[in-house]
Design a protein around this ligand. Structure first.
Ligand SMILES: [Zn+2]
Length: 212
């Protein structure tokens, strides 16, 4: 990985991150570094690993797709102990992924949750294309299907347009489900949690922020 920082000093993010906006700015800055291949000098060594023994204080939780081209730590240029990540094919919400999110917010006081889909998502494409989903893959398709149906409403569009629209609808639908969690109700009401949508673009490396 190219590393622009030749000072030898390790990058340290602020220890306390009070708001969702502050956390989002760190992700925006990190994504900029990633896009420009100017990664921060992250400490991944034993000193840092030992320091983290006493506990974790991630500043953002991210629900994203398992797609190997979409690794959140790399995309946002963050290190050990920074991001609490839940990944599954299609960045869907189910009881297990919701429980993981609730844990991050309730127990780790993470101020920001990002639901991140991405361009050319295979799980969304498979749902749009229909066909038979074998084994437990059908559980994924079933959860994405309502977003595809919603995306279909309105004007006629090409398959590519429908996939793109479905990716966005899937992010939006996921956020709406998370917001209904009784565990998160109070943190959302008192402004202690910000939830944002995001879509990652494979070629540019850019994360587009969506106000859902
Ligand atoms: Zn995907």
């Amino acid at each position: 990985m190219p590393n622009a920082d030749t000072s030898g000093k390790f990058y340290e993010r602020p220890e306390t991150i009070a708001s969702g906006d502050e956390a989002k700015q760190l992700l925006i800055d990190g994504n900029k570094r990633f896009m420009q291949a100017k990664q921060a000098n992250l400490d991944l060594g034993s000193t840092k690993r030992t320091a983290l023994l006493k506990g974790q204080k991630p500043f953002a939780a991210i629900l994203s797709c398992s797609d190997s081209r979409v690794p959140p730590e790399l995309i946002f240029d963050q290190g050990l102990g920074d991001l609490f990540i839940i990944r599954n094919a299609g960045n869907i919400i189910d009881p297990v992924s919701l429980g993981s999110i609730e844990y991050a917010i309730e127990h780790l006081q993470v101020p920001l949750l990002v639901v991140m889909g991405h361009q050319n998502c295979g799980a969304v494409t498979a749902t749009v294309e229909g066909g038979e989903a074998t084994g437990s893959i059908s559980a994924i398709v079933k959860r994405i299907a309502p977003a595809v149906e919603k995306a279909k409403a309105g004007k006629n569009m090409s398959k590519e347009e429908l996939i793109e629209k479905s990716i966005k609808e899937n992010i939006k639908a996921t956020i709406r489900i998370i917001e209904r969690s009784p565990i998160l109700e109070h943190v959302l009401a008192n402004g202690k949690l910000t939830i944002v949508g995001a879509e990652y673009h494979l070629v540019s490396g850019e994360v587009q922020w969506l106000n859902y």
